[in-house]
Ligand binder design. Structure first.
Ligand code: SF4
Length: 265
């Protein structure tokens, strides 16, 4: 299935930030094995929290040592030689330790994990406006449900910046997952969107109105239409240089850059 048949939130965001990067990755399908250390660390923390809640769902409450051991094993198992540190002066150990701190803080702040968890790393395949020409996919880190139609969509963020309430109220990723949830379950009464900024132990919550969700559907459909039209007519996918270029793996392909990315070592 081509990406132009099924979109993801991150793909559509990548198009908004830099259409050229979107094209290299999703249309030309240029795959790079490179990976930023931030993304690598984030994946390992997600795995550790997934393991934690899987254990809890099976009726076991692992000690923090068990979770950290899982983290260490998966760090080592997944490590490869194309992991880049774009920030000067930072070391692999700093990121390893950062991941440990995130997990330990989350454990301290959330034990005894009595939430009613319904799904972990839940894969979504859904449509905008119930129209199968606008199919999307996504993954919910954790879905909680009180059994009476009140859901919480949880997302773990390991990045440096925590969102303000205003930013969370504008964020579209979890709102799209709410659209998926309401499409696929008949019992939905309320949905809360919950972000865990695990570096700081900060939790931010938000809700969406029906009108906001309808507006989001229109915005995303328009973006998909624009991409498809350009692709069909051979339109331009311009490069938009920005600070995030330091983390971009498409310097060799990018008309706005030359050579390979000097920030990735
Ligand atoms: S280097 Fe910057 S401008 Fe070029 S594709 Fe990557 S993000 Fe876009």
């Amino acid at each position: 299935m081509s990406v132009l048949e099924r979109f993801s939130y991150s793909g559509l965001e990548s198009y908004k930030k830099c259409p050229a990067q979107f094209k290299f990755r999703y249309i030309d399908k240029i795959r790079k094995t490179d990976e930023g250390i931030e993304a690598f660390t984030g994946k390992r923390v997600h795995e550790a929290l997934e393991f934690l809640y899987t254990e809890v769902q099976s009726g076991r409450l692992p000690f923090i040592d068990g979770i950290l051991e899982h983290y260490e094993q998966h760090w080592e198992k997944n490590w490869h030689d194309r992991i880049a540190i774009a920030k000067r002066g930072e070391r692999v150990e700093d990121y390893y330790r950062l991941g440990e701190d995130c997990i330990a803080r989350f454990y301290r702040n959330n034990q005894p994990f009595s939430e009613r968890v319904e799904g972990i790393e839940l894969e979504l395949d859904f449509m905008l406006d119930n129209d199968d020409s606008y199919r999307m996919k996504g993954i919910i880190d954790r879905l909680d449900h009180d059994g009476e139609g009140n859901y919480e969509i949880h997302d773990y963020k390991t990045g440096k910046r925590a969102m303000s309430q205003g930013q969370a109220d504008q964020d579209n990723q979890l709102a799209l997952y709410q659209i998926a949830l309401e499409q696929q379950r008949e019992d939905v009464q309320t949905v809360s969107l919950v972000w865990h900024f695990v570096r700081y132990g900060i939790v931010v919550k938000s809700k969406r109105t029906k009108e906001q969700l309808q507006h989001l559907v229109r915005v995303m459909k328009n973006r998909i239409d624009e991409i498809r039209l350009k692709e069909k007519q051979g339109g331009e996918f311009p490069a938009k240089p920005m600070i995030l270029c330091n983390w971009c793996y498409y310097w060799e392909e990018c008309p706005a850059q030359s050579g390979s990315n000097p920030y990735i070592r």
